[in-house]
Structures are given as structure tokens and as C-alpha cells.
Design a protein. Structure first.
Length: 252
């Protein structure tokens, strides 16, 4: 697992406070696709439990996994009684299982590509559902986005995570749908988008940036300098686009 995947535990409380949650429409979309009741689910890279709660509140017995114990500590502060936790990355989990659903929220890109889909498939019952969803939180004002990028550039060229398989952003089907379409283990691959727009204070936007791995890799003094430069170009409040892309597939 990439080192950046284990950088979040130090800011677990910020992650819980500043990362946006997932709207009910995400669960509605996933469960409508399933087309049958989902009793059990395995979550990959649960973090502080933003998506854990989304499905657990629907009565699903979720097993939430994450490789970072500090993230799980924060998750346990908020989880419902029908959630159990287990420390480990996807690669650490024992193969096999009988889950009706396996899902990942803004975390699948941290998993190792080797045997990714055989591992996921082994944990699903035949006909079981795989779901992955996530998206960047971007300033909606192009001029403001350019100003922020310019303020950051001397220290960090980009805070993006490129597509794991190199799929260009203009292609209709995005990763991981591209890989799922090529897998012989899954069928009925779909891609949906759920709109998520909001307004936040400049300070909360900086708080959000403080949970992004590219910034967490910077030395602490540099990190604070970058945040200060970005804050200096922001108005008091900013509008953001945090649309979510959902990928769905069914185990053969």
C-alpha cells in the first residue's frame, strides 16, 4: 500500500470534521442497483466512517476495515451498533467471504492493483454488488481555482491523484469502471454521478486541504506556509463542487 495511504491517521479528527459526508442519494443509487435486500457489507478503507454510517443506518451489518488504527479510533466514536471494525488494507484481509456487498468510498485508489478484483470477488456471494464512489472537492470559480493553484505551485505542483490506470478525464467511462469492464469476474458495470455542491468558509476549505495526502507529505513548516498562501487569496466563503462518481458492478 502506498505510504500516502497511511498519512491520514495523524489528522483523523480534521478528516471527520472537514471532509464532506455522503448524501442519501448515494445509498439510494447503490441499493436500487442491487435490486434485492443487502444484509451484510464489507467496507474497504472506511476512514472515519463517513460512508459506514450511510449504509449502517439502512440496517446493513457493515464490517468497516482500514489499515490505519487512528482512523478506526475516530470511526468508533460515531458508529452504530451494527458495525464491526477490523484493521487492515484490502491486501491484508483473508480471501473468501459471503458479503452481499463490498464497497469503497474515496479509498479504492489506495489498493494494490495486483489481484485487486479476484480479492474483491472472493468476498462476495454470487450476484453480490461492488460499489466504489468518490470525487474531488473543487472550487467552482475558475479564476479563484487558478489563484489557489498559483499560490500552491512553488511548493506543490498538484494535489491530484491521477487515474490509477491512466484513463483520461474526458473518457466517458472512468476508473475503476474501466478495469471492471475488463474483468471476467464482474458484469453489469455502470457509472452514475450524484451532484454535491456546497458553500464553506475559507478556513473550512483550508481544513479540508489539511486532510489531503499531497499536503500531508509536505514538511510541517512548508505545509503551514502553503495553507497561509492559499488562505490569503480566498474570499471569506467559497463555493465548491464535490460531485460524486459511483461505479457499480455485479459479481458473476
Amino acid at each position: 500500500m502506498p505510504g500516502r495511504a497511511l498519512s491520514f491517521g495523524a489528522v483523523a479528527e480534521n478528516y471527520e470534521r472537514f471532509r464532506p459526508g455522503y448524501p442519501d442519494e448515494v445509498a439510494d443509487t447503490v441499493l436500487a442497483y442491487a435490486g434485492r435486500p443487502i444484509g451484510t457489507a464489507l467496507e474497504i478503507g472506511a476512514g472515519t466512517g463517513k460512508a459506514t454510517r450511510l449504509f449502517a443506518e439502512r440496517g446493513i451489518a457493515v464490517t468497516a476495515t482500514d489499515p490505519d488504527e487512528d482512523m478506526l479510533v475516530e470511526l468508533r466514536k460515531h458508529l452504530p451498533s451494527n458495525v464491526r471494525t477490523a484493521r487492515g488494507a484490502l491486501e491484508d484481509l483473508p480471501p473468501g467471504g459471503d458479503y452481499a456487498m463490498v464497497y469503497a468510498a474515496s479509498s479504492l485508489h489506495w489498493t494494490e492493483p495486483v489481484d485487486r478484483w479476484p480479492r474483491v470477488a472472493s468476498m462476495l456471494v454470487p450476484g453480490g454488488v461492488f460499489a466504489s464512489f468518490g470525487g474531488r472537492t473543487l472550487l467552482t470559480d475558475p479564476a479563484l481555482l487558478d489563484a489557489v493553484n498559483a499560490a500552491r505551485k512553488p511548493f506543490l505542483d498538484s494535489d491530484e491523484i491521477p487515474s490509477p490506470d491512466g484513463t483520461p478525464p474526458e473518457q466517458d467511462m472512468q476508473w475503476p469502471g474501466t478495469e471492471l469492464q475488463q474483468s471476467e469476474l464482474f458484469t453489469d458495470v455502470r457509472q452514475e454521478v450524484v451532484a454535491r455542491r456546497s458553500t464553506m468558509t475559507a478556513e473550512d476549505y483550508i481544513g479540508l486541504l489539511s486532510t489531503i495526502s499531497a499536503y500531508l507529505e509536505l514538511p510541517p513548516s512548508t505545509r503551514q506556509r502553503v495553507y497561509g498562501r492559499i488562505l490569503a487569496v480566498l474570499p471569506a466563503t467559497v463555493k465548491v463542487n464535490a460531485d460524486l462518481m459511483i461505479h457499480l458492478a455485479r459479481r458473476i
